[in-house]
Design a protein. Structure first.
Length: 297
């Protein structure tokens, strides 16, 4: 009995120590989540305003003029045979199914593109996504693990530059971004965002968009020449900051669940230990009373 009690006490201490670790990680993720959420909220209005401006400027003639707006022909019709997929994941685990869901979304998108006859180049940003596809035996076109959970506009520009150049040269049919969409700390679904070609609002493509009553200086062509690459870079930056915020939200949720489970397990083990200890004490008392009665008898 003494051996069982010692084992239970060791297990209770182990669970309590684990609970302290998960609780600390929960608090750290909560602190980081606030800063990451602020970056998301700061990035969204700019991205939406940028898209609105591009939508106001685009005409069917300009769509044909700019390579970043043109949809290339299908591979069977002589179009490019390669496509790019950028996968954003985290460098660390312990975030529940966060990274697994992103990797599965990327795998699903890759299978769709390959079914359409395209060869897919995978650009992995984050250790977890790269490890997943290396395990599957897929060669990576890019493996970056230096961005972390504090991305900058420079990181986005470095990712966007070779893809923009390849698309303008007619080497890529499309560029998709697999990211987490930050809805709330509890809702971070994986999402596929089309980066290239730049998708104009449907009304603008049909020549039915609203045409603001103002003069442009310089011309719409000159403005779009600067805004289109900026739009692509900003889309990648927005994906990076949303995925970083989603990572902290997912880790906070996972660590909170782990902390709660550890607390419940520690309580259950403590009750078991107390019952066994009480049973041992009762048995000892019964033996003492029995021995005293035998001596008196």
């Amino acid at each position: 009995m003494a051996g069982v009690n010692r084992a239970l006490k060791r297990r209770i201490r182990s669970v309590q120590n684990t609970r302290k670790i998960t609780r600390t990680m929960e608090l750290i993720s909560t602190s980081k989540l606030k800063k990451a959420t602020d970056r998301v909220h700061a990035a969204r209005p700019y991205a939406e305003a940028l898209r609105d401006v591009i939508g106001d400027l685009i005409t069917p003639e300009l769509v044909e003029q700019f390579p970043l707006l043109r949809r290339p022909a299908a591979p069977a019709q002589g179009g490019p045979t390669r496509a790019a997929v950028i996968l954003l994941t985290s460098n660390r685990g312990q975030a529940g199914a966060f990274n697994a869901n992103l990797s599965k979304e990327a795998r699903r998108r890759i299978e769709q593109l390959e079914a359409a006859g395209l060869t897919v180049d995978l650009y992995a940003v984050g250790k977890k996504g790269a490890g997943f596809f290396r395990y599957l035996g897929r060669k990576l076109a890019l493996d970056r693990q230096d961005i972390g959970d504090r991305p900058t506009a420079t990181h986005a520009a470095e990712l966007a530059a070779p893809l923009i150049a390849a698309y303008e040269a007619g080497e890529l049919a499309s560029v998709d971004l697999i990211q987490a969409r930050f809805v709330s700390a509890l809702s971070t679904p994986p999402t596929t965002v089309r980066i290239l070609p730049v998708e104009a609002p449907a009304a603008a493509e049909q020549g039915q968009g609203r045409r603001p009553d103002y003069l442009l200086e310089p011309s719409a062509e000159a403005i779009l020449e600067q805004l289109l690459p900026l739009y692509v870079r900003n889309a990648i930056y927005r994906g990076l900051v949303e995925t970083a915020a989603a990572e902290h939200g997912a880790r906070r949720t996972a660590m909170k669940n782990a902390t709660d489970n550890a607390g419940e397990l520690a309580q259950a083990l403590t009750r078991t230990y107390n019952r066994q200890r009480q049973a041992a004490i009762t048995q000892e008392i019964a033996e003492i009373v029995g021995g005293a009665a035998a001596l008196q008898g």
